[in-house]
Design a protein around this ligand. Structure first.
Ligand code: SF4
Length: 317
């Protein structure tokens, strides 16, 4: 990947990131940047490698994973010491992320004390204000997580992620278990908290509507590889990678009748370890040629984004 002239000093620079499990590739040669204060969405179907990428950014890949390539924060490799301080996670499952035995406010105060070394009193005050910043009244800081609704629990894990003012927040499908209205509220809170503190956000999601509403830039992933990467307003208006085009064609439009069946991309993503030679999307791609089945397309710069595709017509965009 060439350095992006619009991002001369990215907060996060990922270069050639690959992850495999016992020789089975889960991510392959991924490169992208995240600018200061920017929201980058990682999108794609299940099995695209979005969550593995999120974990690799945090240095939290499971035991047995082999990781190569680099993840740089302000030009220096991310280390375990950055976790919870400079980089924080908003997990998908807030119920498991919060302790059932300690009051929520106490858990936040502990996180503050362990990183900032504040007194008990000051840490408690900081925890309360972090909860208020996400719309949870300070009076509820003594409640336990099981006393919260799903939306409030998700607010609490956002408060937990933001309480030490990280530079980068990684949110892994943070609203999957919530109803659509609550999902949008939670994503709005997350984005607003990041904007208020200057933090960048990497948002893992399969929801292209949320990408359009909340992200600046997007990386479309397929079978652990990058299919298309660039500004949201360009890609959503005019996708160039056939896989992105297929994903967008599955979205409902204003004229879609209620309860009608939405189109899907024919076929299924390959299982890890069963990715075809050449372009991983070739078995499902209506534009595939003989070359696509033998030669993996390298991402190339086209029309203000990166696209991994052999199609000749991309040259004339
Ligand atoms: S490289 Fe070929 S198979 Fe892959 S997306 Fe492009 S046209 Fe389709």
């Amino acid at each position: 990947m060439q350095p992006d002239p619009l991002l001369p000093d990215p907060l996060l620079a990922v270069r050639g990131l690959s992850v495999d499990f016992s020789g089975v590739p889960a991510l392959s040669d991924l490169s992208f940047d995240v600018g200061p204060g920017e929201v980058l969405a990682l999108v794609g179907e299940s099995g695209a490698g979005k969550s593995v990428t999120a974990r690799a950014l945090l240095g939290m890949t499971p035991r047995g994973a082999t990781v190569s390539g680099s993840v740089l924060l302000h030009g220096a490799p991310v280390t375990a010491a950055d976790w919870g301080r400079r980089i924080a996670l908003v997990p998908q499952d807030a119920l498991s992320a919060l302790s059932p035995v300690h009051p929520v406010g106490e858990q936040l105060a502990l996180a503050v004390r362990s990183v900032q070394g504040l007194s008990r009193k000051d840490a408690r005050l900081r925890a309360r204000s972090a909860l208020e910043e996400v719309g949870i009244p300070a009076a509820q800081s003594s409640a336990h997580s099981h006393e919260f609704s799903g939306g409030m629990r998700q607010r609490a894990v956002i408060a937990m992620a933001m309480v030490n003012r990280p530079e980068l927040v990684v949110a892994d499908e943070p609203t999957t278990a919530l109803d659509p209205e609550t999902q949008d509220k939670i994503l709005t809170i997350l984005r607003e908290r990041c904007a208020a503190t200057g933090a960048s956000l990497v948002l893992v999601t399969h929801d292209l509507g949320a990408v359009g509403a909340h992200a600046d830039r997007m990386a479309v992933m397929y079978a652990g590889r990058l299919a298309e990467y660039g500004p949201v307003d360009r890609i959503l208006v005019r996708p160039l990678a056939p896989y992105t085009e297929g994903l967008l064609a599955c979205l409902p439009t204003a004229g879609t009748p209620h309860k009608s069946r939405l189109p899907t991309i024919p076929g299924r993503p390959p299982a890890p370890g069963a990715v075809a030679a050449g372009c991983a999307f070739a078995p499902r791609c209506r534009y595939a040629t003989g070359r696509c089945h033998t030669e993996r397309p390298a991402p190339r710069a086209v029309d203000g984004r990166e696209v991994a595709c052999h199609l000749d017509h991309l040259e004339s965009v």
